[in-house]
Design a protein around this ligand. Structure first.
Ligand SMILES: Cc1cc2nc3c(=O)[nH]c(=O)nc-3n(C[C@H](O)[C@H](O)[C@H](O)COP(=O)(O)OP(=O)(O)OC[C@H]3O[C@@H](n4cnc5c(N)ncnc54)[C@H](O)[C@@H]3O)c2cc1C
Length: 390
C-alpha cells in the first residue's frame, strides 16, 4: 500500500464549467469549512456565514433555472457538489440539500408570478430555507399529518406543530405541508411561510447524537396567517409535491452520505499508512487491507448508484426507484464505512482527537432522515411489484 493516502477522488464531470465548480467548492471547503468543522460541531454552532458565502458563490441554487437566480446545473453535477460539502462538514452539505428541498415546491409547482417574486432571493439572495413535513405524531406515515390550514377570506390560517425541522428557528422561509381538506394524502396543501410570520415560533433545538451544529427544532404555528398568494400548487396537491421533493432530496442525502464515507476512508487510509505495529505500517496487514478495500468498494458502488439516478433525472426519465435505492445503499454504506474507520484507528478512533468518531455519529442520521431506510425498502418493493401497487 502506498505511503501517501489519496486526498480526494477523481471526478468525471460533463463540462469544463462543472470541473471549475468542483474546484471552487473544494477551495471553499478547505479554507472556510473543514478547518472549523470539529470545533463548531462540538460547540453546536451553525455556520450561517458559510451559507451566505455559498449563496454569493452561486452554490445555493445550483439545480434550478438561471432565469430565477439558479445555476442551471444538472443533478449529476449538483450532487457531486453536495458530496464535497458533505465530506467537508455534514451540517453544511445536508443544509444545502434541505435548502434545495425547500425550494423544490415553488420552483416546480409555483405560478410564474410566485416564482418571479420569491425565487431569486431563495436561490441566490442569501436566504436560507427549511422543509416542514414531519410532525410529532406523523413521521414515516407523513400523510397522516395534522397541522391545519383554514381558509379565511384571501388568507389561510395555519395551526399545528411541525417536528424535526432542519434550520427550524433560523430559516428565512419554510415550505410547509398542512391539511386543508380530507384525511389522508389528498387533503394536504403546500404553503410558503416567511420565517418572521406572526404566530410562528421554534422550540429549543433537539440535543442530537451528531450534526450538532445543524439546528433541528419543533416549529409551532399558532394561527399563522399567510395570503392565498403563498399557496403553492393546487389545494390537495401538497402531498404529491412533498413526495416529488423527497425523490430529489433523497439523492442529496445519498450524495452527502458518500461524502461522509469518503472523508472517513481518507482518514483511515492516512492513519493506517502512518501507524506502525509489529514494526510495520498497520496498512500492510491483510486484515486491514481487506477492510479498506471493502470501504472503498462500498463508496464507489454508492457513488455510481446515485449518479445513475441523477442521470435518469437529468434525462427526464423516472428515477424514484433508483433514488430510493441510492438513499438506502449510500447511507448504509456510510454507516458501515465510518464504523470501520473507527476500527482502523483503534483506540484513537474512539476519541475526539480524530474525526472518525464524529463521522460515525453523523452517518447514523442519514439512515433516518427523508424516509428511513425501512421506508426506502417499501418504496423499492412497491416499484418491483408494478405500477398498480404504487
Ligand atoms: C436530524 C434530523 C433532521 C430532520 N429534518 C427534517 C426536516 O427538515 N423536515 C422534516 O419534515 N422532517 C425532518 N426530519 C424527520 C425525519 O424525516 C423523520 O425522523 C423520519 O421520517 C422518521 O420519522 P419518525 O422519526 O417519526 O419515526 P417513525 O415513523 O415513528 O419510525 C420509527 C421506526 O419505525 C420504522 N417504521 C415506521 N413505519 C414502518 C413500516 N411501515 N415498515 C417498517 N418500519 C417502519 C421506521 O423505519 C423507524 O425505524 C428530521 C429528522 C432528524 C433526526
Amino acid at each position: 500500500m502506498s505511503d501517501r493516502a489519496p486526498q480526494w477522488v477523481e471526478r468525471r464531470l460533463p463540462t469544463e464549467e462543472s470541473s471549475q465548480l468542483i474546484a471552487l467548492v473544494r477551495d471553499i471547503a478547505q479554507r472556510e469549512i473543514t478547518p472549523r468543522a470539529a470545533e463548531e460541531e462540538e460547540a453546536g454552532r451553525f455556520p450561517r456565514e458559510v451559507f451566505t458565502l455559498l449563496s454569493e458563490s452561486g452554490l445555493l441554487g445550483l439545480p434550478y433555472d438561471s432565469a430565477h437566480g439558479g445555476g442551471d446545473q444538472p443533478y449529476e453535477v449538483y450532487l457531486q457538489v453536495l458530496e464535497e460539502l458533505g465530506a467537508a462538514r455534514l451540517t453544511v452539505g445536508l443544509g444545502v440539500s434541505v435548502h434545495s428541498l425547500a425550494c423544490h415546491a415553488l420552483a416546480g409547482y409555483g405560478t410564474k408570478d410566485q416564482q418571479t417574486e420569491h425565487l431569486p432571493a431563495m436561490l441566490s439572495g442569501g436566504l436560507l430555507g427549511a422543509y416542514c413535513l414531519s410532525e410529532p405524531a406523523s413521521g414515516s406515515d407523513a400523510a397522516s399529518l395534522r397541522t391545519k390550514a383554514v381558509r379565511d377570506g384571501d388568507d389561510w390560517v395555519i395551526t399545528g406543530t411541525k417536528a424535526w425541522i432542519t434550520h427550524g428557528g433560523i430559516a428565512d422561509f419554510y415550505t410547509v405541508l398542512a391539511r386543508t381538506g380530507v384525511e389522508g394524502p389528498r387533503g394536504i396543501t403546500a404553503f410558503l411561510v416567511p420565517g418572521d410570520a406572526a404566530g410562528l415560533s421554534a422550540a429549543v433545538p433537539e440535543k442530537k447524537m451528531g450534526m450538532k451544529g445543524s439546528p433541528t427544532a419543533q416549529l409551532h404555528f399558532d394561527g399563522v396567517r399567510v395570503p392565498d398568494a403563498r399557496r403553492i400548487g393546487e389545494e390537495g396537491q401538497g402531498f404529491a409535491i412533498a413526495l416529488s421533493a423527497l425523490d430529489s432530496g433523497r439523492l442529496g442525502i445519498a450524495a452527502c452520505a458518500i461524502g461522509v464515507a469518503q472523508a472517513a476512508l481518507n482518514e483511515a487510509l492516512g492513519y493506517a499508512t502512518g501507524r506502525k505495529q509489529f514494526g510495520r505500517p498497520i496498512a500492510d496487514f491483510q486484515g486491514l487491507r481487506f477492510m479498506l478495500a471493502d470501504m472503498a468498494t462500498r463508496i464507489e458502488a454508492g457513488r455510481a448508484l446515485y449518479l445513475e439516478a441523477a442521470r435518469l433525472r437529468d434525462a427526464g426519465r423516472p428515477f424514484s426507484r433508483q433514488a430510493a435505492m441510492a438513499k438506502l445503499f449510500c447511507t448504509d454504506a456510510a454507516m458501515q464505512v465510518t464504523v470501520d474507520a473507527v476500527q482502523v484507528l483503534g483506540g484513537y478512533g474512539y476519541t475526539q482527537d480524530f474525526p472518525a468518531e464524529r463521522l460515525m455519529r453523523e452517518a447514523k442520521v442519514l439512515q433516518i432522515v427523508e424516509g428511513t431506510n425501512q421506508i426506502q425498502r417499501m418504496v423499492i418493493a412497491r416499484h418491483l411489484a408494478g405500477p398498480e401497487s404504487r
